[in-house]
Ligand binder design. Structure first.
Ligand code: ZN
Length: 119
């Protein structure tokens, strides 16, 4: 018997239900790590969450495929640290200390702009 779909659209919960494991990947460092979400993140819209690399502070790509199954990524090393610290550069970005006009980090999806009074 099939029950109702247990997850709202565009949530990490829906992705996990569809694809199973997820990873974060840094293409600069050529590293990856299993995605471990903080409490409460399973029901967040994955399109509005960004990730950063704990080593270089750059963008970490969220992916539903293991990098070793992708062409040209078999040299990516897995980060096995249990609790990696956020990179200071990424921390400053989150706090807005590096804020400049027109940055992609300030992008608000069109559907959410009314919440912030933006156009
Ligand atoms: Zn990196």
């Amino acid at each position: 018997m099939v029950g109702p779909w247990p997850a709202a659209p565009y949530t990490f919960r829906a992705l996990r239900k569809t694809f199973g494991s997820m990873w974060l990947r840094c293409d600069s460092c050529r590293r990856f790590a299993p995605l471990r979400l903080p409490p409460g993140y399973l029901d967040r819209d994955y399109r509005t969450v960004s990730f950063s690399c704990s080593v270089c502070g750059g963008v970490a790509e969220h992916t539903v495929t293991h990098p070793h199954t992708e062409t040209g990524m078999d040299d990516y090393r897995e980060d096995v640290r249990e609790q990696p610290e956020r990179h200071p550069k990424a921390h400053a970005r989150i706090l807005g200390a590096d804020r400049q006009p027109g940055r992609a980090s300030e992008f608000v999806p069109p559907a959410d702009r009314h919440k912030f009074g933006r156009r």
